[in-house]
Design a protein around this ligand. Structure first.
Ligand code: GDP
Length: 692
């Protein structure tokens, strides 16, 4: 077992997890060679599977970082693409297909890309190795290939063949070694041949004497020597058919039978290295030695990185610990605290005032429908009799007309569904307060968690809504006919409704103002209104209902604004009149309720809201206050399942940076202990024993 290589590969994988792969550049074996030199065949023989992109037009466009993991536990061989999240791919033709697609993803105009494809292969039958397959050197660019392809490939290879990487220079036996692009490239960066292994492929294609001569290393000496291989299975024999799955076994058998045929050239006495198995062993040994010699340096750079990270942790975060759990707990605590503050400030009184506001609007609606209904919509229709507006100041308490008006307004108010209105008003208010709390909390940075909490609120509120509105309706029954208004209630109603009417008056006036500026000034609006009034009194004749082409020199749009303005003016007049009435002595007396419907309806509305709120408070609000926190916990719990917690915390960039730094620090500490163990126990075992 190659101890150091294995551990170092593990360490590199750990570092890659936090994007720290640059911290430590572990030596790899880079495979270079001309196109068709047999490079892919050699790599596949080492791995024991066909998996590399093939095809006459296939140019490798991206480096493949190939990590071989000797995995005694693996029942079947499999590959993994960590960057794609593809794990345990046992079908090697699928690996081949994936590599082909990844390779083709590089646009032709770019020629090649230095963004490597990472592939890990696990098998009990392979050694731990870290290999990088590079695009094959091309001699002459093909017709359809861009001119700079040749140069770009060569530049890409140059990046990788730097030290401390080991160069596996592939050359075919049947081409002149002097022309080997791989050896030429290697000599440029490794002139003394100290970290280059020469691989001579296609040994079966040359005379044994010539083959042995190449391997004997005289012309182009390399300290790590040459290995001669035959990486192609003889096709005819059927004996070594690829389908058997055991590519390496077939290749080895074939190589043995070939090299054994020529003992004089390739036998033990000849002093040359042959066979894929020998090559594999050599790769393992050389990589192990290189890793071992880099151990000290690597340890130091990890130490430096750890020191820097520790320093950053101190300066940036004052060594404050952080975890996703702690962040969630703190966020939740803070939110609950805010919620508690809200719940103690939002109770019966607040609900009552909200509901009363809503009912005030309903009172105004009733008043508008029963008392202020001077028809001004239709210009062609004259004012109907009786002119109840003019009549109202004298509203005779004996007149059944005014009795009916007040009864209808009262039942309009009590039967409008106060229960539902109250439940809706309360739920809307609570929901919007919770949403505001969320906006101010740390959950505002976490949209999906925020949504989960907001939904928790709606769920709890919706749960009680029906029962609450039902309960309210029942409790309001006594007010539906002739509610009993006490003098103090009347007095309060009188005071309050004047304010409401004044608010309504202001709204009319400001709407009038905006109409004024919309038509281009007060004078213009006056002109249109005068025309509209005349039309209404029948003094001018306007054809049709909607005057599509306008009338009296005014456009249809202008007339519409004029009608609206006339309506608002009349409404303001009436309201003004009603304010005066409500303030008058006559309206002090509850006996005069037919004359003062505003006061009466306001007092009723107050009674309705008071009764409704008793129910709302207990049935809805208190229930919400007790159940909501639990519902939040359970919704968040669901939300945080399956990696959700980590995702949640990392949504906040500040937390993410904090977590990343801690993670990096922990990882570097782990890596450092691992590498220190290696130094202590395995540092000297530079020359490992073979696995194959
Ligand atoms: P690459 O372009 O360098 O990856 O080369 P390949 O591995 O695709 O090989 C090119 C061609 O040479 C293929 O047809 C292989 O079958 C053939 N080939 C590779 N190695 C040998 C070998 O040792 N002997 C023989 N006879 N042919 C080989």
């Amino acid at each position: 077992m190659m101890f150091i290589t294995k551990k170092m590969i593990e360490i590199r994988n750990l570092l890659q997890k936090v994007g720290q792969s640059n911290t430590v550049t572990l030596p790899s074996i880079v495979v270079i060679g001309s196109q068709s030199s047999g490079k892919s065949s050699v790599l596949e023989a080492i791995v024991g599977h066909e998996f590399l992109p093939k095809g006459s037009n296939m140019i490798t466009r991206r480096p493949i970082e190939l990590t071989l993991v000797n995995d005694p536990e693996a029942r079947v061989d499999y590959g993994e693409f960590p960057d794609l999240g593809l794990t345990r791919v046992t079908d090697f033709s699928l690996i081949q297909k994936t590599l082909t697609e990844l390779n083709q993803s590089v646009p032709e105009s770019l020629c090649v890309s230095d963004d490597p494809i990472r592939l890990t292969i696990h098998s009990p039958g392979i050694p731990d190795l870290s290999l990088i397959d590079l695009p094959g050197y091309i001699q002459v660019a093909g017709e359809n290939q861009p001119r700079e392809l040749k140069r770009k490939i060569s530049e890409l290879c140059d990046k990788y063949i730097r030290g401390p990487n080991i160069i596996l220079a592939i050359s075919a036996a049947d081409t002149d070694l002097a022309n080997s692009t791989a050896l030429q490239a290697s000599r440029r960066v490794d002139p003394r041949g100290e970290r280059t292994i020469g691989v001579i492929t296609k040994m079966d294609l040359v005379e044994p004497d010539k083959g042995a001569d190449i391997l004997s290393d005289r012309k182009y000496p390399l300290r790590l020597g040459y290995v001669g291989v035959i990486s192609k299975l003889p096709t005819q024999t059927g004996l070594f058919r690829r389908e058997t799955g055991n590519l390496l076994a077939g290749i080895t058998r074939n190589e043995r039978s070939f090299f054994n045929t020529y003992p004089a050239q390739f036998g033990p006495e000849a002093g040359v290295n042959t066979g894929t198995i020998t090559l594999r062993k050599k790769l393992m040994q050389v990589l192990e030695q290189t890793m071992s010699s880099k151990l000290h340096e690597t340890t130091e750079s990890i130490q430096r990185e750890l020191e820097e990270t520790t320093y950053q942790f101190k300066v940036q975060y004052n060594e404050q610990p952080m975890s996703a759990e702690a962040y969630l707990a703190a966020s939740l605590d803070e939110f609950k605290h805010q919620f508690h503050a809200f719940s103690s400030s939002f109770g019966r009184a607040q609900l009552q005032s909200l509901l009363k506001d809503a009912l005030d609007q309903k009172v105004l609606d009733q008043l508008a429908a029963r008392y202020w209904n001077r028809p001004v919509e239709d210009l062609s229709v004259a004012l109907p009799e009786p002119d109840n507006i003019a009549d109202l100041p004298t509203a005779d308490p004996k007149s059944p007309y005014w009795h009916r008006q007040l009864d209808t307004a009262l039942s309009g108010l009590t039967r409008l569904g106060v229960g539902r209105l109250a439940a809706t008003v309360a739920a809307t208010a609570v929901q919007s307060n919770i949403d505001k709390l969320l906006d101010k909390s740390s959950f505002s940075k976490h949209p999906s968690a925020r949504k989960a909490i907001s939904e928790a609120a709606s769920t709890v509120l919706a749960d009680r809504s029906y029962a609450t509105s039902d309960g309210i309706e029942i409790s309001l029954k006594p007010y539906k006919f002739d509610p009993d208004i006490q003098p103090n209630e009347w007095a309060q109603g009188r005071e309050h409704v004047v304010g409401v009417l004044q608010g309504e008056l202001e709204q009319c006036q400001s709407a009038l103002k905006s109409l004024e500026s919309a038509v281009g000034g007060r004078k213009k609006l006056k002109e249109v209104m005068t025309f509209v009034d005349k039309a209404r009194r029948g003094e001018v004749i306007v054809e049709g209902d909607h005057h599509p082409s306008g009338a009296g020199g005014f456009s249809a749009a202008l007339l519409a604004r004029g009608r609206e303005a006339a309506f608002l003016r009349d409404r303001a007049d009436i309201i003004n009149m009603r304010i005066t009435a409500a303030k008058s002595r006559k309206c002090k007396d509850p006996e005069n309720k037919y004359y003062c419907p505003e006061v009466f309806l306001d007092a009723v509305a107050t009674k309705l809201s008071q009764t409704a709120v008793l129910f709302l408070n207990v049935e809805m609000l208190n229930d919400f206050y007790s159940r909501f926190p639990r519902e939040v916990e359970s919704k968040l719990h669901e939300h945080m399942a399956a990696g959700g917690l980590e995702r949640f915390a990392r949504e906040d960039p500040k937390v993410r940076r904090h977590l990343d730094l801690i993670h990096r620090k922990e990882l570097l500490e782990l890596v450092l202990t691992k590498i220190e163990d290696l130094n202590r126990f395995g540092g000297g075992a530079g020359s490992g024993r073979g696995a194959a």
